[in-house]
Design a protein around this ligand. Sequence first.
Ligand code: FES
Ligand code: FE2
Length: 463
Amino acid sequence: MTKPIDELIVQDKGLISREIFIDDGLFERELSHVFARAWLWVAHEDQIAKNGDYVVSKMGTDNVIVTRDMEGKVHVLLNTCTHRGMRLCRNDMGNARTFSCPYHGWSYSMDGRIVETPGDLAGVPGHSTYYHGELEKKEWGLVRAPRVKVYKRTVWASWDPDAPDFDDYLGDMKEYLDYALDGRDGSPGNNEMIGGILKWRVPSNWKFAPENFIGDNYHDISHRSVDLVGINPSGGSGRRDDEPDELTTLGFPKLGHGVIGEMPYFKEPEFIPTWSTNPEVAEYYRQCHDRRVERFGDGRRVSMTVGTIFPNMSFHGRQPRTIAVFHPISPTEMEMWRIFLVDRDAPQEVKDMARHYHLSYSGPGGLTESDDMENWSYATDSSRGEISRSIYFNYEMGLGHAREVEHLEGAVENGVFTEENARIFYARWAEFMKADSWNELHPGTGPGPDRAGAEPTPVGEGE
Ligand code: FES
Ligand SMILES: [Fe+2]
């Protein structure tokens, strides 16, 4: 029997019990109280570009089909036949108007001309004979996520109809997520995926990863070897180009998100020549910079920006420019997904160079990811023992030194080296684990609209 949540997360002392990284009971509660409730990243629009396209994804331990119906709306459907549970779609992705179950042949249509709502049950072998026409097909459609949002070409979903609107869920953290999703010149949603998703099965608790991305600058020593090799876009030493000195960690205690980045509305510095090993690519980024200054004035340079959207999505805003998602499998195992982004309207030369950089940064032959995974895996495994599990991790760096941030609602900052954001992440985790409904988590949240699908976001317009 584990301790109550408030004894596992001792906020005022910066102590966090190792139990939360290895305990089966807490893991089960995470699935129901965190993953069945929060907004989760499920796909990128490039994976479902055409009507009828689908991609299989995950929400917690549930397998889902993310698909675009014949009218272009996006749906997130549980990937299990409602008859007897067969996994309906066993491909990673494809294009289909109908999903037919190989077990007894029930079929589900994505075509609104055939069924009322895409995902409804369309065909049942023997419906008029063996079932005597009595089976109510309308009641046996695929289970759908009631909340789906397409935001700047990324697709998000929540199982909880009462979840707040996605924009409220993001809050002012949006300012930072947008660095990854907008074009380098600031054009909204100007991004595309490079290739597919890289996937790793990691013998680690899933929380180590978003905790790392939310604000752990302290672990840079782990990447010493790759920093010595030097793979940065300017061709110098290190895995990224030098960063300005103004970095800090900003966190949102009421939301659970956080970022290593710059304060908002800092002064736009001179153009720093990144990607300068290729003049054509350097010129592209210079032009982007000029357009960005035209668009925003001198207050929004694309900066380092490494952040986490609670609970399991992280991103890099600049180098690399990437989205990472951490799917729980068991208390001591997760699947890590990573996709890389580049401007959608960039010349091929720019896309090729970005691809090469991303692959050497963290592709299958990449250099950076293995450092982190080794840390998380050993920290998980060495918390399993009877004695080890009874002790606490230390998260007291910078405790009591947070300051409010004037321009961002509900944000605090605490300098570059601090465990403030990790404390914010686990405090939010504790709130989710204790709460019975969204009403307790996001005051003022009422029942949400039951949407049949989300509209795609046109690139360069809208949000
Ligand atoms: S399990 Fe799918 S039709 Fe029976
Ligand atoms: Fe790292």
